[in-house]
Write a protein that binds this ligand. Structure first.
Ligand SMILES: *Cc1c(COP(=O)(O)O)cnc(C)c1O
Length: 366
């Protein structure tokens, strides 16, 4: 696939290696980690085993009532040849927040982190090295007790699998077009929008299909109540780069966390890096008219989305109903690209880790 070539070109980084044709999440490494929970014994010791099918009772609660949570993070090949995870404690805390919402027993953070380190150490040879590539880690917890009773299960299974990945979007860093859905909502107040709960994603597929039918690559979600406030793009957080106020520094805005948005690790990291760089960083409720009028009068310079899988992806066009808005042409998205490179430099161990975000993995025999 052509993705990696274009990514490498954009970032001026090294050429992709053999893994340059990696897709997203279609191939998995040799091993996996499982941890069982029983009501009698709590969380058991983690087991590192060969990658294999799960043996689940067909009556497992998770299969019927969706009592499942997941996470997503990456291990990056470092410039010095090592491997490091990026802010994994964040994911350890977030999966527990998801578990609280789904009435799943919380996993001790150190067990979550130990599982990540054990799997990456075992399969470190499968961590790709080109910039833009990484080892995507997918931890999840599923209720496995066999019962059709509608209640939280009495048995759970934590599973960690890993996939060497290239770019998330097949278009690489090329900007995406988005469809603002007035038909569907992703998350309502009091619902599950702030946690990584699989039902949120299956429930978004139809809106994603609607976007595709409108010729757009991604769906943008508005809030469920007023259908006015910008929430997210697909499974990524949204950012807006706007002219400064009264000649002040350029503003970087992102929707405030209201309980219906997913608090992204990349979102948090970009807010920190942008503040370091002197941008006027703001978390606010942003109405869709802000986006529309900003592109009409040119005050909105750049729009991009953030997430672990695709890092940072520029948005170039937005459609809603019969109308279409376009990003100002010729900006080249300098702020988007600079923030992306700043983040990648930290993730790949190129620059100093001033915020302590890298978690190096001790590799066997290295
Ligand atoms: C995972 C996710 C994000 C991005 O979170 P990161 O921690 O930055 O990867 C944003 N929105 C949704 C809905 C998500 O599921």
């Amino acid at each position: 696939m052509t993705v990696m070539a274009s990514t490498a070109r954009q970032s001026g980084a090294t050429q992709p290696d053999d893994a340059g044709r990696l897709g997203f999440g279609t191939r998995f490494t040799d091993h996996m980690v499982t941890i069982r929970w029983t009501s009698a014994g709590g969380w058991q010791d983690p087991e590192l085993i060969d990658y294999q099918h799960l043996a689940l009772d067909p009556a497992a609660v998770g299969l019927h009532y969706g009592q499942i949570v997941f996470e997503g993070l990456k291990a990056y090949r470092q410039q010095d040849g090592g491997v490091a995870l990026f802010r994994p404690e964040h994911n350890a805390r977030r999966i527990n927040r998801s578990s609280q919402r789904l009435v799943i027993p919380e996993l001790p953070e150190r067990a979550f982190l130990a599982a990540l380190h054990a799997l990456v150490a075992a399969d470190h040879a499968q961590v790709p090295s080109a910039r833009g590539q990484s080892l995507y880690l997918r931890p999840f917890i599923i209720a496995v007790e066999p019962t059709l009773g509608v209640r939280p299960a009495q048995e759970y299974l934590f599973v960690l699998i890993a996939s060497p990945v290239g770019s998330f979007f097949s278009g690489g860093l090329s900007p995406v077009s988005v469809w603002v859905s007035d038909t569907f909502v992703r998350a309502a107040p009091g619902g599950t929008g702030a946690v990584k709960y699989p039902g949120n994603y299956a429930a978004g597929f139809l809106a994603q299909r609607e976007a595709a039918e409108q010729g757009c690559e991604q769906v943008v979600w508005l809030d469920a109540v007023e259908r006015r406030w910008i929430e997210e793009m697909g499974a990524m957080n949204l950012f807006f780069v706007a002219d400064g106020e009264d000649g002040g520094p350029t503003r970087l805005l992102t929707p405030r966390l209201t309980g219906t948005l997913l608090p992204g690790v990349v979102r948090d990291s970009l807010l920190t890096l942008a503040a370091d760089d002197g941008y006027d960083v703001r978390e606010e409720r942003l109405p869709i008219e802000f986006w529309q009028s900003g592109w009409e009068d040119g005050s909105l310079r750049e729009v991009f989305a953030s997430g672990t899988a695709a890092v940072v992806t520029p948005v170039e066009a937005m459609r809603r109903g019969e109308r279409e808005w376009k990003a100002p042409t010729g900006t080249g998205n300098p702020v988007t690209l600079a923030l992306r490179e700043r983040l990648l430099d930290i993730q790949y161990g190129v620059t100093e880790d001033v915020h302590g975000w890298r978690s190096p993995v001790v590799l066997p025999g290295v």
